[in-house]
Design a protein around this ligand. Structure first.
Ligand code: HEC
Length: 152
């Protein structure tokens, strides 16, 4: 009986939209910082792998690039719930402007996700030139946000 109740509770919890759940999940600002840095670390790793192919440092393998871009698409959705007000903690490179210009910050996040979407289309097409072009735009979108909202 207890088990059945527990499983009902779990199902109900899983039904809560991810964003709302994540927002409420950080007990301390440091936890939010860890979460978003972890997401960015994964994003950076998989972006780097595609970048190596684009630069000709790794041979082009359609399936491998598609898999890396699929991870990029997934993890690019994650950092944004982990910028709660007041999480300009030590060991974070997030600039205070993020919380003063939330609309612009989120627009930069959307821009990047849109560019990764185009990269995904290119990756599925198997056209390396299209991948190179789309990857360049993704890189620009990372840089644009880092220039404005991340400390060196
Ligand atoms: C909308 C803004 C924004 C976009 C777009 C963005 N980043 Fe970041 N990124 C940040 C901020 C802010 C931090 C600093 C987070 C912190 O230290 O709290 C960061 C940190 C990082 C880090 C360091 C993580 C760590 O462990 O400290 C990496 C790597 C990274 N980003 C990679 C990327 C890549 C690759 C892209 C593009 C595919 C990207 N970012 C796009 C805002 C952005």
């Amino acid at each position: 009986m207890k088990l059945a109740l527990a499983s009902i509770t779990l199902t109900a919890m899983l039904a809560v939209p991810f964003a709302a759940q994540a927002q409420a999940q950080f007990a301390k600002p440091e936890d939010a910082v860890k979460y978003r840095q972890a997401a960015f670390t994964l994003l950076g790793a998989h972006t780097g792998r595609v970048g190596a192919v684009v630069k000709g440092e790794r041979p082009y393998d359609k399936a491998a690039v598609e898999a890396d871009v699929a991870v990029m698409e997934m993890v690019a959705k994650l950092p944004w719930t982990a910028f709660p007000q007041g999480s300009e903690a030590a060991n974070s490179k997030a600039k205070p402007e993020i919380w003063k210009e939330q609309d612009k910050f989120m627009a930069a996040a959307d821009k990047m996700q849109g560019e990764i979407g185009k990269l995904s289309t290119a990756a599925k097409s198997g056209d390396l030139n299209a991948i190179k072009t789309a990857f360049g735009a993704v890189g620009q979108s990372c840089k644009a946000c880092h220039d404005n909202y991340r400390n060196k």
